[in-house]
Design a protein around this ligand. Structure first.
Ligand SMILES: NC(=O)NC(NC(N)=O)C(=O)[O-]
Ligand SMILES: [Zn+2]
Ligand SMILES: [Zn+2]
Length: 473
């Protein structure tokens, strides 16, 4: 266990962070955040604090924004088993450099997948596993109540399942009856199920076998293989089951969260309907669906391949509307990297390349850079990236700069621009496969505090990683 001095660039247990732009649940204030023993012990406006700050340990950030650290509920860190794709050490370093203070690791792309108490232990045991974990709901454990309970008791924050093939052999897909069973167990633990909501519709997927007829280098070919009807069919089937989460329903206490929504037509309308009927349901989208549109994706540029796919610009505009209007609850990275070889960048084959966007370190500046023209506010950013995801993950003491909360904080400069070029230091493993390479972004992270430790400062990480696994109790 590293000593405290290795965990933080700051030697103090008690100190004040001051700024003219502190994002609190009650608006942006000029003042100070007092940190003691890793927690926020007071948040005071500038006019109330003169007496305190004179002799204290003060870190002043001037006009830079002081915001709750981001909570990324959807990241694939791939360890153990596929450390060459990503890892806890590289992933958490990238997170810290990007202002993310909490990562929740997805149960697939590591090997083995996190589908049992034993496989969870493999993750928790890793020295750098400073994150929380979702467990997998798969056909093997869905009808095995004691196995599922074992996994939940071992501390996963909730479960995740796929309604279509996941691309990972030991993570098979679930149908609505598996999900229904899983929700009953989750209800007891009051934890959520995260669902990849696409269902493979036969007639539409023929193209995959039709190589050569349609050009596999063309993004439009890929788009046709995963039409909005796949999301729509999955959401429709899923919502039959989410009724169980209503007050008085058989799975009251559980919750369903739809990951990475792309379709803004029927799927979104159905989700809105379910919310108004009292289903316990939330939905996320990801920065790549908000930043990019299918029209812009060049032939062969498989960095942009993900599922569900990035759709057209009209869809992107509707995603922003839905987010701003509160119909989409939160954002996540869905950082799903691989080795560059599996992206098949030379061939540019959209049908055979690995699907997943690599983005972990960039999500804050990306959301801000692309969201500015929609007039998004700092409080909205904090809600989408911190408050709502903390709630989903059951982390009541995270997600807001408020008294008693964990001192998980990002300090950043909204107007400072930078280029994601070869000179930019990225900490996740394969920056070259990121869809954001070559972009100019605004919003530079200056400092990141995790539990009061200044873990990242001006391009450098503290000598040791001090995060601990976040396990549900
Ligand atoms: N196995 C994966 O990581 N899949 C991921 N891939 C994407 N989104 O393209 C996902 O979250 O579905
Ligand atoms: Zn997914
Ligand atoms: Zn994912």
């Amino acid at each position: 266990k590293p000593s405290n001095s290795e965990c933080s660039f700051l030697p103090y247990d008690r100190f004040w962070i001051t700024s003219n732009n502190i994002v609190t649940p009650h608006g942006v204030i000029s003042g100070a955040v007092e940190v003691k023993g890793g927690n926020i012990v007071s948040v005071v406006k500038r006019e109330n604090q003169q007496w305190k700050l004179k002799s204290a340990n003060v870190v002043d950030y001037g006009d830079a924004v002081v915001m709750p650290g981001l909570v990324d509920v959807h990241a694939h860190l791939d360890e153990p088993g596929r450390a060459e794709w990503e890892g806890f050490s590289s992933g958490t370093k990238a997170a810290a450099a990007g202002g993310i203070t909490t990562l929740i690791d997805m149960p697939l792309n590591s090997c083995p997948s996190t589908v049992s108490e034993e496989t969870l232990k493999l993750k928790v045991r890793m020295l750098d596993s400073a994150s929380g974990f979702w467990g997998g709901l798969v056909p093997d454990n869905a009808f095995n109540k004691s196995a599922l309970e074992g996994l939940l008791k071992a501390g996963v924050l909730g479960l995740k399942s796929f309604m279509c093939p996941s691309g990972i052999n030991d993570f098979p897909m679930t149908n609505a009856s598996h999900i229904k069973e899983g929700l009953q167990v989750l209800a007891k633990f009051k934890r959520p199920l995260l669902v990849h909501a696409e269902i493979q519709l036969d007639s539409e997927s023929d193209l995959e076998e039709n190589d050569g007829v349609d050009d596999a280098r063309s993004y439009s070919t890929y788009l046709k293989t995963r039409p909005p009807s796949w999301e729509e069919a999955a959401v429709r089937e899923l919502l039959e089951v989410t009724k169980d989460t209503r007050t008085g329903g058989p799975s009251e206490g559980s919750h369903v969260h739809i990951v990475h929504l792309s379709d803004t037509r029927a799927s979104l309308d159905m989700i809105k309907g379910a919310k108004s009927s009292g289903d316990s349901i939330t939905v996320e989208t990801c920065p790549h669906y908000l930043a990019f549109s299918s029209e812009q994706i060049q032939d062969g540029d498989t960095r942009f391949k993900c599922s569900p796919p990035i759709r057209d610009s009209a869809n992107r505009e509707r995603l922003w509307d839905a987010l701003v209007d509160g119909h989409i609850d939160m954002l996540s990275s869905d950082h799903s990297p691989t080795e560059p070889e599996l992206k098949l960048l030379d061939e540019g084959d959209f049908l055979r390349a690995w699907g997943g966007i690599s983005s972990l370190q960039y999500v804050l500046p990306v959301t801000w850079s692309y969201g500015r023209k929609y007039g998004i506010t700092l409080n909205q950013l904090a809600s989408w990236w911190s408050e709502q995801p903390s709630k989903l993950a059951g982390q009541d003491l995270k997600g807001a700069i408020a008294n008693g909360n964990h001192a998980d904080i990002v300090v950043w400069e909204p107007d400072t621009e930078f280029d994601l070029d070869d000179n930019h230091t990225a900490y996740h493993k394969h920056p070259s496969i990121s869809a954001y390479m070559g972009k100019r972004l605004s919003g530079k992270v200056l400092a990141t505090f995790v539990r009061g430790n200044l873990v990242y400062k001006e391009g450098k990480h503290a000598p040791a990683a001090c995060g601990v696994p976040i396990l549900a109790k």
